[in-house]
Design a protein around this ligand. Structure first.
Ligand SMILES: NC(=O)c1ccc[n+]([C@@H]2O[C@H](COP(=O)([O-])OP(=O)(O)OC[C@H]3O[C@@H](n4cnc5c(N)ncnc54)[C@H](O)[C@@H]3O)[C@@H](O)[C@H]2O)c1
Length: 244
């Protein structure tokens, strides 16, 4: 039998959370283009997602019970994941002394607990397959802290801790866990930002442009692929040098 090409995902199932648009949609398209059966999981599906991932389902990752039901239904439908991209994320920006309890909790619940809920359900399914790979989308703002984003920075820093702990716990089952840490990416999330914030990010970026969602998806694809077979517990920045 011919060896599998390292970026060949045919016969593989990939779950992508927050896949209706932006970085998640770019990931869904990248995996589908490499032959994967992609299951996009989002609060609200989009036509663009349905085109590349017809088996997608509506899901709020912050709702632990809903995640549990969806994971069981997917496993029952022979859609247990080889790869999970934990990408769903939101912002509710404010300086920490003005941050409401609701805005703190919502961001932690979606950006951090959401990934935990999905990992808790997906890991036993991957263990049955004897292989698996998680790629969690954190942010350089989780690494350096960001003015006006205490909730978001805390959640994204927490996601790095979760990634590393899960990598330690899952390595013996052949399951790898890594994170991608983007700088500013051109998506609906950042299009609403004030012009001066976008200008500052562009100035910080050494390559003279803001990332496209595909720049992040390429790294996610690499980490999930056989090319990264000996990489686990890592955080890789895709930021054009913005963090430096
Ligand atoms: N855009 C950037 O500059 C940037 C930079 C670093 C990290 N990130 C991270 O990348 C990820 C994707 O960002 P984006 O810019 O594509 O965002 P986006 O707002 O364009 O898309 C996010 C998607 O997640 C979905 N979503 C939100 N809450 C959800 C929930 N509870 N359950 C399921 N789906 C949910 C939304 O419906 C949407 O489709 C996020 O985790 C974000 O924090 C983005």
């Amino acid at each position: 039998m011919a060896a599998r090409e390292p970026y060949d995902f045919s016969g593989r199932v990939v779950w992508v959370t927050g896949a209706a648009r932006g970085i998640g949609l770019a990931c869904a398209r990248a995996f589908a283009a490499k032959g994967a059966q992609v299951v996009g999981l989002d609060l609200q599906l989009s036509d663009l997602l349905r085109e590349c991932a017809p088996r997608s389902a509506e899901l709020n990752v912050a709702d632990a019970e809903a995640v549990s039901h969806t994971a069981a239904a997917l496993a029952e439908a022979n859609l247990a994941p080889d790869v999970v991209v934990n990408n769903a994320g939101i912002t509710r920006d404010s300086v920490h002394w003005k941050l409401s309890e609701a805005d703190w909790s919502e961001v932690l619940n979606v950006n951090l607990s959401g990934a935990f809920h999905v990992m808790r359900e997906a890991t036993p399914l991957m263990r049955s397959l004897g292989r698996g790979s998680f790629v969690n989308i954190t942010s350089i703002n989780g690494e350096r802290g960001k003015f006006g984003q205490a909730n978001y920075s805390a959640a994204k820093a927490g996601l790095i801790g979760l990634t590393k702990a899960a990598a330690r716990e899952s390595g013996r089952f052949g399951i790898r866990v890594n994170a991608v840490s983007p700088g500013m990416v051109e998506t609906e999330l950042t299009q609403q930002l004030p012009a001066d914030v976008r200008k500052k990010a562009l100035e910080e970026t050494l390559l003279g442009r803001i990332a496209r969602p595909e720049d992040v998806a390429n790294c996610v694809l690499f980490l999930a692929s056989a090319m990264a077979a000996h990489i686990t517990g890592q955080v890789i920045r895709v930021d054009g040098g913005q963090y430096l």
